[in-house]
Design a protein around this ligand. Sequence first.
Ligand SMILES: C[S@@+](CC[C@H](N)C(=O)[O-])C[C@H]1O[C@@H](n2cnc3c(N)ncnc32)[C@H](O)[C@@H]1O
Length: 301
Amino acid sequence: MLQDATKAELRLCSRLKLEESAASQLIAAMREGKSSRGAVVLSPLAAADYLPPFDCIDTSDWGWLPPRVFVPAEGVKPTAFADYASGLYYALDLSSCWESAPLSVVEAPAASLDMCAAPGGKTMLMAARYLPHNHTANEVNAARRGILRQNMEQCGVPNVAVTGLRPDQWAAEGHCFNLLLADAPCSGQSLLCKGIRNPGCLGAQMVNGNAKRQKGILLAAVQCVAPGGHILYSTCTYDPDENEKVMAYILKRVPGWTAVEVPVLAEFRSALADFPCYRLLPHHGFGAGGFCCLLKRNINS
Ligand SMILES: C[S@@+](CC[C@H](N)C(=O)[O-])C[C@H]1O[C@@H](n2cnc3c(N)ncnc32)[C@H](O)[C@@H]1O
């Protein structure tokens, strides 16, 4: 596989410091586009003892799966069932569920903000973990905000304000949240592993542009979190410049923040940083992959 790899594929694998076999697996996954894996998260409309009306696989030994999340058996289309149309569950990527696993070490927040919320997957995962609580789901793109609002209504998520402020506008509001999700716009390299075309996503131009935007979002985000509060940063891309390096930049540039260890993700700890952060690749078998890092604002900062 490596013999006929493109320069861009090799560049990515070398930046990820992958050994030959892992590099071959990543390149094969990006070319085949078959790494997608679905999951469902139960909505507040589903009772505590509700079970989805389809076969699910046994996930009891995974350790990191968030509460009220089920993984359909192969071949099952959860969106084809009446319970989906009734809003009893929301369908999303398994990798997206993995990215929310750091919340396992965060206590229920008094107030939370999902800064990049549409179409609503991370907010649904939050609602499943912490409900009821005071949550704001924010989306800058008006069309996507409409979909977000529709999804929240369909799934009966209470106490959610849907807003459309830019990160700098939120920063001007001051420190009011205990938990902020920054599921950032990114180059989306993992889309390739789902069979979705994404021209240019391996190129430096796309990666650098996204890294710049991500740093801007986070420099605003840190101004919105109260002392002792958290930011969960995540992306669905592989390049370290949009992941470990963005985190390293924030930790260096903004005093009073630390990256937090997430025990349930220990096996996914990134070797590309000297602080705790986590990456999922397609060959782990939990979907197309992603990155996550939990930052905490020191109580005295
Ligand atoms: C990865 S998606 C979020 C997915 C969502 N969290 C979910 O789980 O369903 C990133 C979102 O960030 C929004 N976005 C794009 N540019 C942005 C910016 N400069 N600041 C904040 N959000 C932005 C996009 O419109 C997009 O909806």
